[in-house]
Design a protein around this ligand. Structure first.
Ligand code: NAG
Length: 420
């Protein structure tokens, strides 16, 4: 590093250090207030798994200990924290942590590791879709810097995507949130989920930040973050490497802001699939901003099945950098994820007011921009602005193919839209 930039770094870091020490001083001061008795000692509202019989050796079943610690925290009359101590590994089977809670807020501080039982027979046939579930909790925070390990290897080999002879069955989502309000999930590592890593469902006012999600590129259906029927959701500063969608945005998502996310390997950021089994879907107010994609199969994608209804509208994909992405920009209204071809149908989810702005980088195939919209319900108000996508190595020209799409362009758009 040149001297000049080292000096610059110091200049930048010094005020930060001052700030940091100030914060520590303030925190120390407030802690000592607690001890002097003006408010209850913080330890009174911390419920450690170890105080509820957990062993934390990675083999003993600690499910009951977490359930008990949760119940104590949730029924506490003051803000409460469930502590998963650091440096230990707690094995869990299927568990639901439900509210509403008496405490005005609950935190779950995962400092150690929560690991899923590797034994599939611990899941009954009635529910193989969940592992750790939070339900109906207001002001829930899950944080702590620890790890949620789904032990997914035990499940992946039974996936119909891996072994085509097997029937398609669900495997658990590692962490799911249902009917939560004012939810924060921050500073956590997810590893090798059985299927989806984290799912946000029927929830409002959600912040997901500083998450790393890691599973092999070959692991089946291991979406990073799945969002459905939820409003006012922010996803920021996440690193997601999996075998399926980085972020999947499903029916009922409204007002979602994604920023500073790195994806890949995996299938990229996807709105949909919407409208399966002739269903109605409503997705609106989606911004995907400042995202890097490394070697993903798709970049910015909207996918719908034939025969659906409803809409996907007011969507922005902007400031995206792609590295060797197969389909950087794709709207596919003929999506079909079944062994048999999907039959032609009249209706479709209407796709409109979509902006692709400032998207550049390299592609792994020549298909840089693809808009394959419904014959009966064409896509409209599609804006392409400042796009520069080249094939990796730059030997071949990229292409843009379109069907039933009403679009306009601003600035420089490479490849030239809708020429092939
Ligand atoms: C659009 O999808 C249909 C159905 O899969 C396919 O036949 C057609 O070739 C596609 N068009 C483009 C432009 O990719």
């Amino acid at each position: 590093m040149p001297m000049a930039s080292r000096v610059l770094q110091l200049v930048l870091v010094a005020p930060l250090l001052v700030l940091l020490s100030l914060t520590i001083a303030i925190e120390a001061a407030s802690t000592s207030n607690d001890i002097t008795g003006r408010s209850p000692a913080p330890s009174q509202s911390v419920f450690s798994l170890d105080d509820y019989g957990a062993v934390g050796d990675g083999t003993n079943d600690d499910t009951q200990a977490l359930a008990s610690a949760w119940n104590a925290a949730c029924s506490s009359s003051q803000p409460a924290t469930v502590l998963v101590p650091g440096g230990k590994c707690y094995l869990l089977k299927l568990i639901t942590l439900a509210g509403p809670c008496k405490s005005s807020s609950v935190a779950v501080s995962v400092q150690g590791t929560l690991v899923a039982s590797p034994d599939r027979s611990d899941w009954s046939e009635d529910d193989t879709r969940h592992w750790i579930v939070f339900r109906r909790v207001d002001k829930l925070t899950v944080n702590g810097g620890g790890t949620v390990d789904g032990n997914g290897e035990a499940w992946w080999k039974y996936s119909c995507k891996i072994n085509k002879a097997l029937p398609c069955k669900d495997a658990p989502t590692a962490l799911s949130f249902h009917d939560c309000t004012n939810l924060r999930v921050t500073g956590l590592n997810f590893l090798n989920s059985q299927q989806i890593h984290m799912s946000i469902e029927d929830s409002t006012n959600v912040v997901l930040s500083r998450l790393t999600i890691t599973a092999p590129e070959t692991s089946p259906n291991t979406d990073g973050i799945h969002i459905t029927r939820s409003q006012d959701v922010q996803v920021t500063n996440c690193k997601i490497k999996t075998g399926d969608d980085c972020i999947s945005i499903e029916d009922g998502t409204r007002n979602l802001y994604v920023s500073k996310v790195t994806c890949g390997p995996g299938h990229g950021i996807s709105i949909g699939s919407l409208g399966d089994d002739n269903s109605r879907a409503e997705v609106s107010g989606i911004t995907i901003d400042t995202v890097q994609l490394y070697g993903t199969t798709n970049g910015a994608r909207i996918k719908t099945y034939q025969g659906g209804s409803g809409y996907a509208k007011d969507i922005k994909f902007q400031n995206m950098i792609m590295y060797k992405v197969k389909n950087p920009i794709i709207i596919d209204q003929y999506y079909c994820d079944s062994a048999r071809p999907c039959k032609e149908q009249e209706s479709a989810v209407e796709v409109s007011n979509v902006i692709f702005n400032n998207i550049r980088g390299t592609t792994a195939t020549k298909d840089a921009i693809k808009m394959n919209c419904s014959k009966n319900v064409p896509c409209h108000d599609i804006t392409l602005k400042n796009i520069n996508l080249k094939t990796e190595g730059g030997k071949d020209a990229t292409e843009s193919t379109c069907q039933n799409a009403e679009w306009r362009k601003f600035g420089i758009v490479l490849p030239q839209p809708c020429t092939a």
